[in-house]
Design a protein around this ligand. Structure first.
Ligand SMILES: Nc1ncnc2c1ncn2[C@@H]1O[C@H](COP(=O)(O)OP(=O)(O)OP(=O)(O)O)[C@@H](O)[C@H]1O
Ligand SMILES: O=c1ccn([C@@H]2O[C@H](COP(=O)(O)O)[C@@H](O)[C@H]2O)c(=O)[nH]1
Ligand SMILES: [Mg+2]
Length: 243
């Protein structure tokens, strides 16, 4: 679906620009204009069947709060595509791309990679997907990230999940994760927690004021936490339409 819109967008973009800059459509506007009918025809998921743009849930929480773990369970159960911003950056980091070294240094220091880079990776993943429902895990990390996403991609999240977890628990989980991540060490975790408080939380507060945040107590077994998450996605099914 979105891959298709991207291809067609690339065909009409020069035309848009020649006509009038204000008439140029961004990619999602284009998808809305040209694919509304198809979504209406194929969708079969209650209130969301009338959607004309992708369904986007931002999944936020401190390091080790369980975002990735719960996203995998949501994706498996409800047919979402799970896009972890951190995973996309780690993949880019080991590719031959020009930003590899900068991304590695940022992750090692627990710093936030420039918005344009992360957004480009997320946007590419959305556009190349057949799906229309996405979990964006670990993004936006700052108000600057959030504003850039809204400006570049032109959509707001439909809901925001926030996993609330005590610091000692997050620290314990990260330090016993054992996946070979370069930021799973005590020095980097301390920095990441600081960034979480100063830059990530304002994003949660912003969406709270807009009534979009669903706060989940992230302490408990995986299944206990998933049972709190489940009702938020009840309108979706695993075998629901992907295009
Ligand atoms: N409810 C839980 N109880 C105990 N351990 C958990 C729980 N949820 C996840 N974990 C474990 O904690 C570690 C961190 O979880 P996860 O990778 O899902 O966190 P995250 O929020 O994605 O972290 P990061 O932001 O660092 O990517 C993993 O080893 C995971 O298996
Ligand atoms: O939007 C993002 C997401 C992540 N980063 C960088 O990656 C690491 C790890 O992210 P996880 O989500 O915990 O896997 C994070 O500390 C940042 O350095 C980012 O810059 N922007
Ligand atoms: Mg994660």
């Amino acid at each position: 679906m979105w891959r298709c819109s991207s291809f067609l967008f690339s065909l009409v973009r020069p035309l848009n620009r020649r006509i009038h800059p204000q008439l140029a459509l961004n990619r999602f506007e284009f998808a809305q204009h040209f694919f509304t009918t198809e979504i209406l025809r194929t969708a079969n998921e209650g209130v969301f069947s009338k959607r004309t743009s992708p369904f986007i849930a931002f999944v936020l929480g401190g390091p080790g709060s369980g975002k990735g773990t719960q996203c995998m369970m949501i994706a498996d159960t409800f047919g979402f595509t799970h896009l972890s911003a951190g995973d996309l950056l780690r993949k880019e980091m080991v590719s031959d791309g020009e930003n590899g070294v900068m991304i590695r240094n940022s992750i090692k220091e627990g710093k936030i990679v420039p918005s344009e880079i992360t957004i480009r990776l997320i946007q590419k993943a959305i556009e190349s997907s057949e799906n229309y429902k996405f979990l964006i895990d670990g993004f936006p990390r700052s108000d600057e990230n959030r504003i850039a996403f809204e400006r570049i991609v032109g959509v707001e999240p439909d809901l925001v999940l926030f996993f609330e977890c005590p610091e000692e628990e997050m620290m314990k989980r990260v330090l016993s994760r054992n996946q070979g991540r370069i930021d799973d060490n005590i020095e980097t975790v301390k920095k990441r927690l600081q960034v979480f408080h100063t830059l990530n939380l304002p994003v949660v507060n912003y969406y709270s004021r807009k009534g979009k945040v669903h706060k989940i107590n992230a302490v408990g077994t995986l299944d206990e936490i998933f049972e709190k998450v489940r009702p938020l996605f009840a309108a979706f099914s695993k075998d629901g339409p992907r295009n």
